[in-house]
Design a binder for this molecule. Structure first.
Ligand code: GTP
Ligand code: MG
Length: 484
């Protein structure tokens, strides 16, 4: 592993690393299999190995052994691997017993180790010990779970990059930059502007904007990573009857929503979780946007607008026959949050005459999505346009491909696995740096700038776990599987 967390030095003396008790769990998934691994970690491992195997195996060499019961009979046999502390996954003494993959033998072996004084491991407890012993930082520990849970190659690659420490290394790089800048800002408190060039506000400002650029790049990579690991939320928006619910049904592959020719059919918010090539996607259908006819519809529209605010992307569905110029989008744009990307979906193309459909000016092209800049309102970025038919499924593959692209399906962009937690922290860091920049350019007291930088640095520490509450750690490791 290229990256090593810097914050917790690993003690060479294994005994001092012991977190206390010795834990045991099956490291392989439950059920039938060729092989099952029982993993034991903690200070009592050498004595337990002695009892179960008759003798301690040579460190890091696979040894074939009988796994012995208390009365000397055999529980099972297989390979034993002993990793003395601190050179193990957890940083403690670890023993891995690879026996036969049946539920009864595995449980008998675990029971034997429990009888010797171990206790059953909690979910994620091995990785938690690895974190506590400085083997991994918090972002890397989270990447372990993300790698195991990855539903696609792209998500797995992103998790592996984070596990290898790419995310953490970039966080550390930022932290170091912040520390250096803080030192300069604090030094500038004692000097007049013109005394030392490096302490002049202009010089500090240049350094700060460099940091902000690097932070923005990390935010972009993390946002993409979050879509890969936690899934992208797309909200279907548009006029009544545009075909939003029909599209939801198409994507879900069953009749999830009621579809009728009556405008205003959907009143409530409908949620479907689907997968596109293993990538999780949350699709949300909403009530059509128009002046509400009654109280129920008004509430439906209010809820729809609420969903737009939580969307990673809005799929604005247009009836390509009734509204070829997408006027509905122009009219409703103000209802959509600024900054949320939008894809315009021209639906019902099955009703358009074949040639007119592709030649008509202003109509989106058949294959390649175009990009247009919105004048105001929703979406700071490009608006993508796609043509499709929820009825015949024409264009659905292109839509799926587009959604995959939005989730970072194409690797090579250096996507790192990231979670909502990371994004929240990065947003806070960004806000701190923004106010530091404002204080700097407003020639406010350098103490103010220094304080913002200090708080930004502290927030960054939450990512790698240098600053972490027990509550946060508990929540993170509880989401792991047992034995990891
Ligand atoms: N020909 C054709 N009809 C479609 C297509 N998509 C939807 N429709 C029809 O359009 C009507 C409205 O479809 P819905 O999916 O209920 O539209 P909606 O946008 O959910 O409408 P509200 O729930 O009222 O907001 C139904 O009669 C659908 O069968 C399509 O691609 N082609
Ligand atoms: Mg509907």
């Amino acid at each position: 592993m290229a990256y090593q967390p810097a914050h917790r030095a690993v003690d060479g003396q294994g005994a001092q690393l012991a977190a206390g008790d010795t834990i045991v769990a099956a490291a392989t998934a439950p059920g039938r299999g060729a092989v099952a691994i029982v993993r034991i970690s903690g200070p009592a491992v050498p004595q337990m190995a002695q009892a179960v195997l008759g003798q301690l195996p040579a460190p890091r060499f696979a040894a074939w052994r009988e796994f012995l019961a208390a009365d000397g009979t055999s529980v099972d046999h297989g390979l034993a691997l002993y990793f003395p502390a601190p050179h193990s996954y957890t940083g403690e003494h670890v023993l891995e017993l690879m026996g036969h993959g049946g539920a009864v033998v595995v449980e008998a072996l675990i029971q034997r180790v429990l009888d010797l004084g171990a206790r059953r491991a909690q979910p994620g407890e091995f990785t938690q010990r690895a974190f506590l012993n400085g083997k991994l930082d918090l972002a890397q520990a989270e990447a372990v779970a993300d790698l195991i849970d990855a539903g696609s190659q792209a998500a797995a690659r992103a998790a592996l990059r984070s596990l290898d420490g790419e995310f953490s290394a970039r966080v550390h790089e930022l932290t170091e930059g912040l520390t250096a800048l803080r030192t300069l800002v604090e030094a500038s408190i004692d000097f007049a502007d013109d005394e030392v060039e490096a302490l002049a506000p202009a010089a500090l400002d240049t350094r700060l904007s460099g940091l902000r650029t690097r932070l923005a790049a990390l935010q972009a990579a993390s946002r993409q990573g979050r879509l890969l690991t936690e899934g992208m939320t797309v909200v279907l928006a548009g006029r009544p009857n545009a075909g939003k619910s029909s599209l939801l049904n198409r994507l879900a592959g069953y009749e999830a929503a009621i579809v009728t020719a009556i405008p205003g059919t959907t009143r409530d918010v409908l949620r479907e979780r689907i997968q596109i090539d293993g990538m999780p996607l949350h699709v949300i259908d909403t009530a059509g946007l128009r002046p509400a006819g009654d109280e129920i519809e008004a509430e439906g529209i209010r809820r729809a607008v609420g969903e737009f605010g939580r969307a990673d992307r809005i799929l604005f569905v247009i009836d390509a026959v009734a509204d070829p110029q997408a006027r509905a989008f122009e009219e409703e744009r103000a209802q959509l949050p600024t900054g949320t990307p939008v894809t315009l979906l021209f639906n019902k193309i099955d009703l358009l005459p074949e040639t007119a459909a592709s030649e008509e000016s202003g109509d989106p092209p058949r294959v390649q999505p175009t990009r247009t800049r919105p004048k105001t309102g929703a979406s700071a970025g490009a608006v993508h346009r796609l043509r499709l038919s929820a009825r015949t499924a024409e264009g659905l593959d292109a839509l799926r491909g587009h959604l995959k692209d939005c989730m970072g399906y194409e690797p090579g962009g250096g996507t790192l696995s990231a979670r909502a937690r990371h994004l929240e922290v990065l947003v806070e860091v960004s806000a701190r740096l923004e106010s530091a920049a404002a204080a700097l350019s407003g020639r406010h007291a350098p103490e103010l700038v220094a304080e913002e930088l200090r708080r930004a640095q502290q927030a960054l520490g939450e990512l790698t776990g240098e600053v972490s509450s027990d509550d946060l750690l508990g929540r993170i490791f509880a989401s792991f599987c047992i034995g990891k």
